[in-house]
Ligand binder design. Structure first.
Ligand code: MRU
Length: 370
């Protein structure tokens, strides 16, 4: 696999504020998947077109598209692409058709291990293509419909998460700390943690946001800062190690983050550095709020120790893009996520409602709701 085949379309917007609120992260367009290249933001706005599931899998691996809910949408669209090409190659031979879809499922599953939305979406798609009462053409059409529904549902969920979360942000002049990017770019649109920010801002324009830059890939500095500035939401960028300083000063009123996987006991895997923020928030009595769609909740795992944590390339730590600052030969650790224990989490905001401790009970109750 290599991303050389994915097509590129460059466009620049003379006034980025003109399309505030309409960030197009990923779209299904007439049988291809178009996504904004998140590696190039905020300096360049480039769109990549994926025509096969392999191209789409590359785009996940190389972080063109990222963020747990967006990965779920991408995986669903990748399977819809796989169904199209399998139909063209295998015609009405159901065995060959389903064998191709099995390969695509395995390939997409192997792209990134931590975000639960990805295997969740693959399982939803599997429920369609494993139906042996459907002909390949019916399966392909059904998978396309389900991919579009996954996109629409995520968008709707984010808006509801935003409204549910906004209820928890008290005070006349709240200051929210965020980590990584849990915004429109990490979802079908609107965002989870930034969905809460957007909903609070709609009610109270005095809202201010402190944005952790989020080493090593700078999703906060590049992506969250881009989203918030284009919408005119007051924000300041800080380095990750400044969060404690601002908490001790009494500046931060709430921490709101997204999640990549939440286990049955309420442990939360999110971008590395989130755990540190939660410890600081607890020390300073600041509410630590997690915002995520229910497709991030993995009730099959009891606690966070069982969550697979992705280890990424050393080059992300020894430098950034083409610049290198660490000595050659240095040994590096690079876990992309960490686990925040449920005890540090004040609330988990989902589209189904808000879960509170004990999470074993509240998450199971939300799981039973539809
Ligand atoms: O490695 P990334 O950029 O995919 O990590 C993303 C995060 O950790 C986000 O905070 C998380 O997926 C929540 S997105 C709504």
């Amino acid at each position: 696999m290599g991303d050389r085949d994915a097509g590129e379309d460059r466009r620049t917007d003379p006034d980025p504020r003109s399309w505030a609120g309409s960030i197009r992260t990923i779209e299904w367009r007439d049988g291809v998947v178009v996504m904004i290249d998140q590696r190039r933001l905020p300096l360049e706005e480039v769109y990549v077109t994926c025509r096969t599931w392999q191209e789409l899998a590359d785009s996940i691996c190389n972080m063109t598209v990222r963020g747990a809910p967006a990965l779920g949408v991408a995986a669903a669209m990748g399977m819809a692409l796989a169904a199209r090409t399998a139909l063209a190659a295998a015609g009405s031979d159901p065995t060959r058709f389903r064998a191709s879809l099995q390969d695509a499922t395995k390939g997409l599953f192997a792209t990134r291990p931590t975000a639960y939305n990805l295997p969740w979406a693959l399982r939803e798609m599997e429920a369609v293509w494993k139906r042996d009462d459907l002909a390949p053409s019916e399966v392909a059409a059904g998978m396309e419909r389900l991919a579009l529904k996954t996109y629409e549902d995520d968008l709707a969920s984010c808006r509801t998460i935003g409204e549910n979360g906004a209820e928890l942000i008290r005070g006349e002049s709240p200051v929210i700390l965020t980590h990584c990017n849990a915004g429109a770019l990490a979802t079908a649109g609107y965002g989870t943690a930034l969905g809460v920010v957007r909903s609070v801002f709609a009610r109270n324009p005095r809202l201010h946001v402190l944005v952790d830059e989020t080493r090593p890939l700078l999703q906060g500095a590049r992506l969250t800062a881009w989203e918030l500035t284009r919408e005119g939401i007051s924000m300041e960028l800080i380095t990750d190690n400044m969060a404690g300083y601002f908490m001790r000063k009494g500046v931060i009123t709430h921490a709101v983050v997204g999640a990549d996987r939440i286990t049955a006991n309420g442990d939360v895997a999110n971008k590395v550095g989130t755990y540190g923020v939660s410890v600081l928030a607890r020390e300073h009595g600041i509410p630590f709020i997690v915002a995520a769609p229910f497709s991030t909740v993995d009730l099959s795992l009891h606690d966070g120790d069982d969550i697979p944590i992705e280890e990424r390339d050393a080059s992300e730590v020894t430098g950034y893009r083409s610049e290198r600052w660490a000595p050659y030969g240095v040994r590096v650790r690079n876990p992309a996520f960490d686990v925040t224990p449920a005890g540090n989490v004040s609330a988990i905001v989902t589209e189904r409602g808000v879960a509170r401790a004990p999470y074993e009970n509240s998450l199971r109750e939300l799981g039973a709701r539809r």
